[in-house]
Ligand binder design. Structure first.
Ligand code: ATP
Ligand code: MG
Length: 562
């Protein structure tokens, strides 16, 4: 089964806007977008949506997409985040070419723009404390009040702003504000702060600056400086658009990009804000940003999700103007669909139970040809060794099993995948009554798994040879949270909703020997057990660690109904 979802991009309202612009000759027929992450955390699947959208548009319209680090908040930003973001964007399959930018590279120009605003009488230094400022700002129903410094003369503003830069003022002592309209119905237009005093070492500019521009000011100017044509952002910036436009109009920049908002992606059973993800890391609820339970790109990569499946998912969910919650099951569906096609099959026993074939010679081993991919015979076969002692999945045996249990139980005959028909004779128990071994017999006439007399055997189970198996630890993952929208209730600490069963570590797994050759980045289907990959952090040649990427079917949907 193949999907060509990558080649047919459905239309959306942003494409319609661009098509119209191209028709009318706006922007000289150019399409220039940007992805502007703040380097204050790792990228998550929400960012992937924005990346696919911005880089995808640039590719489809033969334009370009810039990667711009929006690094105006030195107290929360780090070089490690910059590096991880570049790795993740590349891994997703996108390339910014020469178009790598940092807002911090524009600090001098942004400062000049602020000076220009002051000269135009459109910005002033305000001395109100943060509390006073909040009080003066007004509310949604009440207009704001003007700052006592609102009508400070231009010369005085220029002088104080220069001294702010020179370090004469303590952090928070004063700010530069745009002079717009304290009675505006849009609170963002009530003389917003555009510069603040902040002593923090910046990861690129060091201690050169002790004043930093605010997001709205820096962002609109950066877009204009880079000749962005379509500045695509999430819906919460809709109310900031008038400010974006005001800044560029007032300064009469030669380029005035169009800001377009779309709905951010929210996924069920997880949280998406970097602030919350950072709490999960800092409080030790997960091992790191790339913990396979995290909705981060690096977590998904480590878990075995493919870039292609993530891109397909982003395309499927589309671009809309209304916020919505996407079912995680849809993401997992895209992952399964890709892995089903791509992943070679293998045999792996996660919870081993020993099987001894009593009538199989002790010193004998034979090899069976196992198909690597049932839908794709060209991928060929591999050898799997068979011997007298094997392991099967503990769940594949049941004492006093019901009639419809087509697996191992005393007296029942079952097909061992690729090998023989095998009959369970007796279960050996330990002192606690726990089954520790099955004594079985095989029918030598059924090599390959079918009986010459045509008798039917319904069940087929997987197995590995005990002496040939490679040992591994396998980590199984479940939803990180127990409720669909853990961040939905502001009164409740989302961390209390963490699923205590989100990680299960199985330390005694037995895998077919070919898996000793598995490489980081390879995906496998362990037959009947799901899709798996080598853990890219903890796996060692002498102690393999596999992650379960996803189960074969949506077991979660079934469980929910119970
Ligand atoms: P968060 O709220 O997770 O901290 P952010 O918006 O602060 O995210 P930025 O680094 O500023 O993160 O985001 C970079 C780009 O990614 C922005 O254009 C932003 O609109 C977009 N983006 C962030 N989160 C999502 C999301 N959930 N869905 C779609 N786009 C998103
Ligand atoms: Mg942000």
């Amino acid at each position: 089964m193949t999907t060509d979802s990558e080649s047919t991009t459905p239309s959306n309202f942003i494409r319609n806007i661009i098509d119209e612009d191209l028709k009318t000759g706006k922007n000289n027929g150019q399409v220039v977008t940007r992805f502007p992450p703040e380097p204050n955390g790792f990228l998550h699947i929400g960012h992937a949506k924005s990346i696919c959208l911005n880089f995808g548009l640039a590719a489809d319209y033969e334009g370009r997409c810039h990667l711009r680090f929006d690094d105006t908040n030195p107290s929360k930003e780090e070089v490690a985040y910059v590096d991880s973001i570049m790795t993740d964007v590349r891994w997703l399959g996108f390339d910014w070419g020469a178009n790598l930018y940092y807002t911090s590279d524009y600090f001098e120009k942004i400062y000049d723009a602020a000076v220009s605003l002051i000269k135009l009488g459109k910005a002033y230094v305000c001395d109100l404390t943060p509390e006073e400022m909040r009080e003066y700002r007004g509310t949604l129903t009440e207009p704001g009040r003007e700052s006592p410094q609102r009508n400070r003369p231009v010369e005085e503003n220029l002088d104080i702003f220069q001294r702010m830069r020179d370090g004469e003022f303590a952090d928070g002592a004063c700010v530069l504000r745009a002079k717009i309209d304290m009675t505006s119905g849009n609170i963002n237009m009530r003389d917003p702060i555009i510069y603040r005093v902040l002593r923090a070492t910046h990861h690129r500019t060091g201690d050169k600056w002790c004043i930093y521009p605010m997001y709205d000011f820096a962002h609109s100017l950066s877009d204009a400086m880079e000749s962005i044509t379509h500045s695509i952002c999430t819906l919460e910036f809709e109310d900031h658009r008038p400010l974006y436009d005001w800044i560029l109009e007032t300064l009469a920049t030669s380029c005035h990009p169009q800001q377009i908002e779309f709905a951010r992606l929210n996924l069920t059973y997880t949280v998406m804000s970097k602030r919350k993800l950072l709490q999960l890391v800092n409080d030790g609820h997960v091992s790191s940003w790339d913990d396979p339970r995290m909705p981060t790109i690096s977590g998904f990569r480590r878990r075995g999700y493919t870039a292609k499946a993530i891109r397909t998912f982003c395309e499927r969910i589309g671009v809309a103007k209304r916020d919505s919650m996407v079912d995680t099951a849809l993401l997992e569906f895209s992952i399964r669909e890709d892995l089903n096609e791509l992943a070679p099959r293998a045999l792996g026993v996660l919870r081993p139970l020993k099987v001894v074939i009593e009538n199989y010679p002790e010193d004998q081993t034979e090899e069976f040809d196992a198909l690597n991919h049932p839908g794709n015979p060209e991928i060929g076969t591999r050898k799997v060794p068979f011997a007298r002692e094997l392991y099967i999945e503990r769940d594949d045996y049941m004492e006093d099993a019901p009639k419809k249990f087509f697996r191992m139980s005393e007296g029942r005959e079952v097909r061992f995948r690729f090998a023989y028909l095998i009959t369970c004779r007796e279960a050996i128990k330990d002192a606690n009554g726990e089954v520790v071994e099955l004594r079985c017999t095989y029918d030598p006439e059924t090599r390959g798994g079918s009986a010459p007399d045509g008798r039917k055997v319904k069940g087929t189970i997987h197995w590995v040879s005990a002496s040939h198996a490679v040992d591994a630890e396998v980590r199984l993952y479940d939803r990180l949270f127990t409720v669909e929208n853990p961040a939905g209730d502001k009164e409740q600490d989302f961390k209390e909703l963490i699923n205590p069963q989100s990680l299960t570590v199985l330390s005694n797994c037995k895998l077919e020997p070919s898996l000793a050759q598995a490489q980081v980045g390879d995906n496998y289907q362990f037959e009947r057990m799901g899709y798996f990959c080598l853990d890219n952090v903890d796996s060692r040649p002498e102690q393999l660690v596999f992650n379960r990427t996803v189960t074969l079917r949506d077991t979660w949907a079934k469980m929910k109904g119970k």
